[in-house]
Design a protein around this ligand. Structure first.
Ligand code: ADP
Ligand code: MG
Length: 347
């Protein structure tokens, strides 16, 4: 596969029962074997992957994520984003829904990725692994620790260390030893996404959530354990120890719908403005990263919290895949067109 800073996929969700009931018409078509999607009569877009409504969760995982997990174990930071209007399938795709409510076939990206990670961990006896989970939310440009609601946003700070690694100081990190432990963190944090909201969907559709797996690997040079011969106690040659660290972010972005659509003044409007600024700066960063003419040029990471947190995990030496989720319904024509234009900038 071609090496690009950001791979872009579009996923069209199937019609929902309610939409079928009301005989919604479709406004998107997929051109088979061409990675093209056509909106309305003739607005054609080409992406790295176009995933029709028939593509299931496992296939989405294999196409978009599996190779990133392999790179992650080679030491690359990786990020997958879900972008799109509220109701387009972002949370379903990423896997942030309460997993217990879903059948195995319906599990989204996070549980599948973690399963693949533990499969790799179990196969490599010579490597010592430390896996830590954190889960934060950005709402109105403020950080919230989804794994510990007691943490106040003032205690959390985004910092860059001397090696250029981004860290969120103050965010809870939970050391995990199994798939179940990671999924437990996911369930707890996902449930916390909704607290404090008058309407469950409101905060989650206006906030970005970032589920992060940090992996540390440690192993000794195989030369010292060659042929299974133990290194003598009095052997003066130092066994050389290697370490490697990488992060994998799973990002469920705020709904991409336009502010005016919400039809709210005051506080609500301020929220929309904040969220749009995060999506806007993310779009600017990804578009700058994808433009070969801008290599080495200034990338505007500092413009929002989301881009500051993801700075070391986008483009460059990182593996990134953006999945733009769209509804098939003609009712969503405007938002779908906007989402595809946004995704198109990333190419
Ligand atoms: P978002 O997070 O973008 O607001 P959701 O992930 O909550 O959207 O999806 C909206 C609804 O559509 C949910 O009921 C979800 O189960 C359903 N849905 C989304 N994508 C699919 C899909 N590919 N197949 C079946 N149902 C889906
Ligand atoms: Mg959602």
């Amino acid at each position: 596969m071609q090496e690009v800073p950001v791979r872009v996929a579009v996923r069209i969700r199937p019609f929902l029962p309610q939409e079928k009931l009301h005989h919604h018409e479709s406004c998107v078509r997929v051109i088979l074997n061409s990675n093209q999607v056509i909106v309305g009569r003739d607005r054609a877009f080409t992406f790295d992957h176009v995933l029709s409504s028939k593509i299931n969760q496992e296939e989405v995982y294999n196409i978009c994520v599996s190779s990133l997990v392999a790179s992650f174990f080679e030491g690359y930071n990786a990020t997958i984003f879900a972008y799109g209007q509220t109701g387009s399938g972002k949370t379903y795709t990423v896997g942030g829904h309460t997993a217990a409510a879903l059948t195995e076939d319906e599990q989204g990206i996070i549980p599948r990725a973690v399963q693949q990670m533990y499969n790799i961990i179990k196969e490599n006896h010579n490597v010592e692994y430390n896996l830590n989970v954190s889960y934060i939310e950005i709402y109105k440009e403020e950080l919230k620790d989804l794994l510990d609601l007691e943490t106040s946003s003032k205690e959390m700070h985004i910092r860059e260390d001397e090696h250029g690694n981004t860290v969120v100081i103050g965010a809870t990190e939970v050391a995990c030893d199994s798939l179940d432990e990671v999924l437990n963190c996911l369930a707890i944090g996902s449930a916390h996404r909704h607290t404090g909201a008058t309407n469950m969907n409101e905060v989650s559709s206006r906030s970005h959530s970032i589920f992060t797996i940090a992996l540390q690997q440690r192993w000794e040079d195989p030369a010292n354990v060659a042929n299974g011969e133990p290194v003598a106690d009095d052997d003066q040659s130092e066994a050389s120890v290697h370490t490697m660290a990488a992060k994998f972010h799973f990002v469920d972005l705020a709904g991409s719908e336009r502010a005016h659509k919400t039809g709210n003044a005051g506080e609500r409007f301020k929220e929309s403005v904040h969220i749009n600024s995060g999506l806007l700066s993310l779009g600017n960063v990804i578009s700058a990263l994808s433009d070969p003419k801008r290599r080495g040029a200034h990338i505007p990471y500092r413009d929002s919290k989301i881009t500051r947190i993801l700075k070391d995990s986008l483009g460059g030496n990182a593996k990134t895949c953006m999945i733009t989720c769209i509804s098939p319904s003609a009712v969503s024509f405007d938002e779908t067109l906007n989402a595809l234009k946004y995704a198109n900038r990333a190419r």
